[in-house]
Write a protein that binds this ligand. Structure first.
Ligand code: AMP
Length: 192
């Protein structure tokens, strides 16, 4: 199964991805986590990515596509993958389709998590207050930039998937459990 979780920063994609991973035995592929890992390891890629991420901008498509390609092949050997935070541009979405054609695979579901953006800033502030290990990009200022990038670069992929008939929408403002159950209904207890 190939599942894409879409939604602005703070929509709860990571939380749902972790749950889906446990429940369905899927592999979570989070490009944000891969980049943070590269930063933690101090690689060249990590050094390049850090300032872009801290500014709330997008890392180049070619870098992201290179990272995802090999992991997609590996992940698919198991029950399937959840793509969390990827694709984030139309180019990434088109290139993903091309990769999947090569692998003779297709996208099963694209789930857009819709949230009230006024509430997102509150969530980010709360997350910062609760955690000692605050992400460098987890501030209200950077969030605003990330929301702008979401609207300019990522939101255009929503009609792309809608036209393909792959898109489902869930209300991401509900409790974690309710969002989880809405996602389960979409997946429909489907065998993976
Ligand atoms: P995330 O953890 O998904 O919120 O990603 C954190 C940051 O990593 C983003 O704000 C971007 O700077 C970068 N990033 C993650 N995924 C992508 C992607 N698919 N394309 C471009 N940049 C990305």
């Amino acid at each position: 199964m190939i599942l894409i979780l879409l939604g602005p920063p703070g929509a709860g994609k990571g939380t749902q991805a972790t749950r889906l991973m446990d429940k369905y035995g899927l592999v979570q592929l989070s490009t944000g986590d891969m980049l943070r890992d590269a930063i933690a390891k101090g690689t060249e890629l990590g050094k390049k990515a850090k300032s872009i991420m801290d500014a709330g901008k997008l890392v180049e498509d070619s870098i992201i596509l290179g990272m995802i390609r090999e992991r997609l092949v590996d992940g698919n050997r198991k029950n399937g993958v959840i793509l969390d935070g990827f694709p984030r541009t139309l180019t990434q979405a088109e290139e993903l389709d091309a990769m999947l054609v090569d692998m003779e695979l297709g996208i099963d579901h694209v789930i857009e998590m819709q949230v009230d953006e006024q509430m997102l800033a509150d969530r980010i502030v709360k997350r910062a207050a609760e955690s000692e290990q605050v992400r460098d990009d987890d501030t209200v200022e950077v969030l605003q930039q990330r929301l702008k990038v979401y609207h300019d670069s990522t939101a255009p992929i929503i009609p792309y998937y809608r036209d393909k008939g792959a898109l489902s929408v869930v209300d991401g403002m509900q409790t974690i459990e309710s969002v989880a159950s809405a996602i389960d209904d979409i997946i429909g207890g489907q065998e993976v």
